[in-house]
Design a protein around this ligand. Structure first.
Ligand code: SAM
Length: 285
């Protein structure tokens, strides 16, 4: 990390790395996933220990070692990474729109379903589930008038979910969306772009820990991007994949982040032909 990158971090970078390498595994998180985002986490950790009247990360570690459950929970909240945006990684959503969602819609019609079920696990402030909603309405709804889209959007952070319910965003959040879609899906309110009601319809927002009980229903499409496969410790990655797999219909699709991999062997999943970071749940394991 160069001098430029260190600007704004009060806590010494190597102290912070040592602290995170000690603390993250105890939270079921993996240091490797945090390397790139550590500046953000270090700033939050420093703000927290100063708020507690502590001098440095070592003193904060001492406080945590004294075993206060509430402080561990506070630290876990500091280590969630809320970064997201609409149509993040455009080739992935292009593939969803041209290949994956049409195939899933055909399969749903084939079994007589009236709804296409989608789950965005780790939805941040709603950018990802609302992207699916926009994609469906702008590109696919007219082709599949017998089907409606239902999207479950879950996250562990109640503050982010509240922002998802408000559904107003800065221009930077929507810059990857096609311009025409921006104009049709959002209305301008001062400096913000607020999603029109038609695109909120069918999106349900719920607080849920991916590592706790999974939702009850089965899904045709699950997006779990830039969460479990980046930040979770290896044993928990497998737990998360099993939970997701148990809720994904045979033939359904799992979308992960473009820099992520499924843990190997990823029994029961095969790459979706021609699409990066998208996998099909095999009809047989
Ligand atoms: C980096 S964001 C990814 C947002 C979106 N999926 C994307 O790729 O743009 C990760 C999200 O996962 C959420 N998260 C972290 N741990 C979680 C858990 N155990 N269960 C559910 N959500 C979690 C965070 O609050 C955050 O909103």
């Amino acid at each position: 990390m160069d001098r430029e990158d260190l600007r704004g971090i009060g806590v010494n970078d190597s102290d912070c790395i040592a602290f995170l390498q000690w603390a993250l595994p105890r939270l079921g998180l993996h240091w490797r996933g945090f390397r790139k985002v550590r500046r953000q986490v270090c700033r939050r950790v420093e703000a927290r220990f100063r708020e507690l009247g502590l001098a440095d990360a070592a003193a904060y570690r001492g406080r945590l070692e004294s075993g206060q459950k509430a402080e561990w929970e506070a630290l876990a909240a500091l280590c969630t990474i809320p970064i997201s945006r609409f149509y993040r990684d455009p080739p992935v959503f292009d593939c969803l729109g041209t290949a994956v969602l049409p195939a899933l819609a055909q399969a749903a019609l084939g079994r007589g379903a009236a709804q296409l079920e989608c789950w965005s696990a780790g939805c941040a402030s709603g950018e990802e589930p609302y992207t699916v909603s926009i994609l469906w309405r702008m590109a696919l709804e007219a082709r599949f008038p017998q089907l409606s889209l239902r999207v479950l959007a879950t996250d562990i952070d109640p503050g982010l979910l509240e922002r998802a319910r408000v559904a107003c965003y800065r221009a930077s959040s929507i810059r990857c969306l096609p311009v025409l879609w921006c104009e049709q899906a959002f209305e301008r309110r001062d400096a913000l772009y607020c999603l029109r009601p038609a695109f909120l319809a069918g999106v349900e927002i719920e607080r849920e820990d991916l590592l706790a009980q999974p939702p009850q229903r089965l899904f045709d499409l699950v997006l779990c991007r830039n969460l479990a496969f980046t930040y979770f410790a290896p044993d928990l990655v497998r737990v998360a994949l099993e939970r997701i797999g148990s809720r994904l219909r045979a033939g359904g699709a799992l979308v992960i982040g473009v820099h992520e991999r499924l843990p190997q062997p990823a029994t029961g999943f095969e790459a979706w032909p021609g699409c990066r970071a998208i996998f099909r749940r095999c009809t047989h394991d």
